[in-house]
Ligand binder design. Structure first.
Ligand SMILES: [Zn+2]
Ligand SMILES: [Zn+2]
Length: 405
């Protein structure tokens, strides 16, 4: 766990400009409205309705229905300048909420357990501020409301639909509310921030039989056990120890009775890594191990490998800009945490593969208020003071980026 000294809510709030402080109750209202009505990926219809209604009300030009439920708002300062993209994700998770709060989810079995309700509220607040303060920046800001971050991924189809074009986006920023960091801190780093996410599955085809007569069988469970162990040697023995990677077997199913040798065993798992050097490595190495072990036991196998999200890599120049903005808000370098890498994945990585940019973490945990459960937990919730900080961060980034030309 990263040790940082959290800054009090009042100190943080004093960093917000009056017009953003005025927005704070609205940010909370929008976030709670969305929190009560969570929707899964590509089904963010009520979420889109709120966004669209607000943008309409504020006279902000926007396009809906991009990659199903995505929305892009374009705020033009009326002055020539760069085009900055700001990305927010919209979707929730298939989790039954256990929080007993007035804004608890009313959609059975669905919950905003990752904070994307907050991301949407922050992006709306940013849109509102920019539309009412066009004198504060030059160029154009495109706010990209992206569906389905939790899967199957809305970033890629939005890029394919042309959201980074016409006008062409010069750089992109985005944030994730982060309960691994206390409120009053910001996680900013250049280079790899989040890991590539890949999925594999394998069925081992042996030969079943009597539990007392193993010599007549090919025991798929014994073969699977060898494979699970051997897969761990990829990280331990094949990957450069300076790099980081994970191979996790998350599912292993076989057998129906204590005295029967199972003919098939099924496993699935995930691979994580930061370095682009490994982009085609794991699929080959995992299959090599499975194939070799199966051959040595006389078993056959079926293998599937799916790369999901690439590693999320921040551009050093934009990351430096975001870092200096972060330091101006928390007023101390100690509040900006570079040791914030995580093996979690994010499809913001697709945007960052197309244009330079920076994704950062907005500390949102407050253990004194009991708001420190991890993301994807049925009791996840965050300190809503972070919403205003998120808007202030985005606005200061816009001002800085759009004054650089
Ligand atoms: Zn998540
Ligand atoms: Zn998330």
């Amino acid at each position: 766990m990263v040790s940082t000294i959290p800054i009090s809510n009042s100190v943080i709030e004093s960093q917000l400009r009056p017009d953003i402080r005025k927005l704070q109750p609205l940010l909370v209202e929008w976030r709670r409205h969305l929190h009560q009505r969570p929707e899964l990926g590509f089904k963010e219809h009520l979420t889109g309705k709120l966004i669209s209604e607000k943008l309409q009300e504020w006279g902000i030009e926007h396009q809906t229905g991009i990659a199903n439920t995505g929305i892009v708002a374009t705020i033009n300062s009326g002055k020539p300048g760069p085009v900055l993209g700001i990305r927010a994700d919209l979707d929730a998770l298939p989790i039954q909420e256990l929080n007993d709060v007035p804004y608890r989810s009313i959609h059975n079995g669905i919950m905003h357990a990752c904070g994307h309700d907050g991301h949407t509220a922050i992006a709306l607040g940013t849109a509102h501020y920019l539309a009412t303060h066009p004198q504060d920046f030059t160029g154009i800001v495109k706010i990209i409301f992206q569906p389905a971050e939790e899967g199957p991924g809305g970033a890629k189809p939005m890029i394919e639909a042309g959201v980074l074009k016409n006008p062409d986006v010069d750089a992109i920023i985005g944030l994730h509310l982060w309960n691994n960091l206390p409120l009053g801190t910001l996680g900013v780093r250049s280079g790899a921030l989040m890991a590539a996410t890949e999925r594999f599955s394998c069925t081992i085809l042996g030969k079943g039989g009597h539990g007392a007569m193993p010599h007549q069988t090919i025991d798929s469970i014994v073969v699977a056990a060898q494979i699970v162990n051997a897969l761990q040697t990829i990280v331990a023995r094949n990957i450069n120890p300076i790099d980081s990677a994970v191979v996790t077997v998350g599912q292993l199913n076989a057998g129906r009775a204590f005295n029967v040798i199972a003919d098939t065993a099924r496993m699935s798992g995930t691979v994580r890594y930061f370095s682009l050097d490994y982009q085609n490595y794991f699929s080959k190495r995992i299959e090599q191990i499975i194939s070799g072990i199966c051959a040595s036991y006389g078993a056959k196998y079926e293998f599937n490998y799916t790369p999901l999200y690439p590693p999320l890599i921040n551009d050093s120049k934009i990351a430096d800009l975001v870092k200096s903005v972060a330091e101006s808000i928390v007023e101390t370098p100690a509040g900006v945490v570079p040791e914030c890498q995580t093996m979690g994945g994010e499809d913001m990585s697709f945007f960052l593969r197309e244009v330079p940019g920076c994704y950062f973490f907005l500390g949102s945990a407050n253990s004194e208020k009991g708001l420190a459960y991890p993301h994807h937990h049925p009791r996840f919730d965050f300190d809503e003071t972070a919403l205003g900080i998120g808007v202030e961060m985005f606005i200061r980034c816009v001002e800085k980026f759009c004054s650089q030309g």
